[in-house]
Design a protein around this ligand. Structure first.
Ligand code: SAH
Ligand code: SF4
Ligand code: F3S
Length: 460
């Protein structure tokens, strides 16, 4: 019997890309009968799902392609495809730099990969980076389940057009998935053992979906519908945006027991001048008010954020305002990035005359403050009982299982009882490790989940 063709997908970028890659893999396995390969050297089809958010991410693509080119030189029948945000931005230009690439597909055309593979296999390179609205979801098989935690994409693209960002150009304008489709996917996942759902989108709180009775539902409404689904006991979302962070969403954090007490709410800068140049559409005080209201609604909420350091024109004063703001708000572990000029975005034309050493020094200072704040929160968790969803054996810690706390920290605890996987259990936190916590098993959590903030306030 001839062996089945094998594919290998390498993914860069955000969780939306990870979600897309897993759906593409499902498509290739379920509809095309391909098999997964463990390494690029063993595959007949090599697919790279790319990210272009910063220059570094984009450069990784071309170094990976350089390695894949060697494979193709030894086995010319291998097909190489590039998808995702770099593909979307470069289109057919990508083949100028990498002429050995056989297919180029965008985030919205990955469902067409099987047809593209057929065309490319007959010798004609195939390029399709168009934006057919939401079509991909109708063409993909139902998602496979790999563990008790799953991503669910509720919207595509972004229409905010922040002055530094490529996403609206690479992923297209904001398009919501139909409400019924989102619910059907959530139910499908719950029926297959998923207990924690992570709702994905560039600005999930801009979600608007039409129910089958014609009524419109906002993001807070969607959360309350999802929290009615049996089996789903914890819900997270990422990423939210300070615009459209409505009172209803804040109330959802108080009212929905299953909604994790954690919000990742990127602010980017603590200077109004910089926020205006970034075209973020809110002020530092506006952001502070959201956090104050969230904390009033849910006192235990942990808030993390994204920061861009050294945006063009950021002065020492702007930067020290950002540092003071971070200290004042008290963020949990957050991401900070050096500004990277992206071709085609308005900010790429701004004068950017801050010396590189100053930029790097600012990044280091901000990262030190953020790391210290995150570490202090971790240390304060030592001696507390935390409810975690056991996700599976801990990587790098033999004889341990691991699971995430409500504030998104991984806890490892000694146990080889695989029947705990997919269960919520209580652990006592004993130590803080470099990127995780260590704990001891206390008890299996019985009954329905209750992650409500009032309960958390009673943590010992
Ligand atoms: N939609 C989300 C962010 C998505 S991109 C939001 O608006 O909050 C993830 C993060 O990458 C951003 O929050 C920002 O901090 C960072 N980022 C985006 N473009 C960047 C650029 N040109 N240079 C550096 N960091 C960037
Ligand atoms: Fe990019 Fe701004 Fe959209 Fe976020 S909101 S994806 S930063 S354009
Ligand atoms: Fe990167 Fe595209 Fe996501 S640019 S961050 S993969 S939306």
């Amino acid at each position: 019997m001839p062996r089945r063709r094998r594919f290998y997908i390498k993914t860069y970028g955000c969780q939306m890309n990870e979600y897309d890659s897993s759906r593409l893999a499902d498509l290739l396995v379920d509809r095309q009968g391909l098999e997964r390969a463990d390494a690029p050297e063993d595959a007949d089809v090599l697919l790279l799902n790319t990210c272009s958010i910063r220059e570094k991410a984009q450069e990784k693509v071309f170094s990976e392609l350089g390695r894949w080119r060697e494979i193709k030189m030894q086995r010319p029948e291998v097909l190489i495809g590039v998808g995702g945000c770099v593909a979307s931005q470069e289109g057919d230009q990508l083949r100028l730099r990498a002429p050995f690439v056989d297919l180029v597909f965008g985030p919205q055309t990955l469902h067409r990969v099987p047809d593209m593979l057929a065309t490319a296999g007959s010798g004609t390179p195939c390029i399709d980076v168009s934006f057919p609205e939401i079509e991909k979801f109708d063409c993909l098989p139902e998602p496979s389940v790999r563990g008790p935690r799953a991503f669910l994409s509720i919207m595509e693209g972004c229409s905010k057009f922040c002055s530094f960002c490529v996403v609206p150009y690479t992923r297209g304008q904001e398009v919501n998935r139909p409400f019924d489709d989102v619910i059907a996917e959530a139910v499908h996942l719950a029926e297959r053992g998923v207990r924690e759902l992570v709702l994905l989108g560039q600005n999930v709180n801009a979600y608007r979906g039409q129910r089958h009775d014609g009524a419109m539902t906002d993001f807070a409404g969607l959360l309350s519908y999802i929290s009615e689904i049996d089996g789903i006991d914890r819900i997270r979302y990422t990423t939210s945006h300070p615009l459209e962070f409505s009172d209803r969403l804040i109330e959802a954090h108080a009212d929905l027991p299953k909604l994790a007490a954690h919000a990742h709410l990127p602010v980017q800068s603590g200077s109004d001048r910089v926020l205006a140049a970034m075209k973020r559409g809110y002020t530092v005080d506006g952001y502070r008010m959201i956090i104050a209201r969230l904390r009033a609604a849910c006192p235990q909420i942990s808030v993390s954020s994204d920061f861009i350091v050294s945006f063009p024109g950021e002065s020492d004063r702007d930067f020290s305002d950002t540092l003071a703001f971070v200290k004042d708000v008290g963020f949990d572990y957050s991401f900070s990035f050096l500004y990277s000029a992206r071709a085609g975005t308005p900010a790429a034309e701004f004068v950017d005359d801050t010396p590189r050493e100053v930029k790097l020094e600012r990044l280091e200072r901000l990262q030190a403050v953020i790391a210290a704040q995150g570490a202090a929160i971790s240390r304060a968790m030592v001696g507390t009982r935390q409810r975690i969803l056991v996700e599976g054996p801990a990587r790098r810690h033999d004889g341990n299982l691991c699971g995430r706390t409500e504030n998104n920290r991984m806890v490892n605890f000694a146990s080889s009882d695989l029947s705990l996987v997919g269960q919520f259990v209580d652990v006592m936190v004993t130590d803080v490790l470099a990127n995780s916590l260590r704990g001891t098993f206390v008890s299996g959590a019985a009954g329905t989940a209750d992650t409500r903030c009032e309960k958390d306030a009673g943590r010992d």
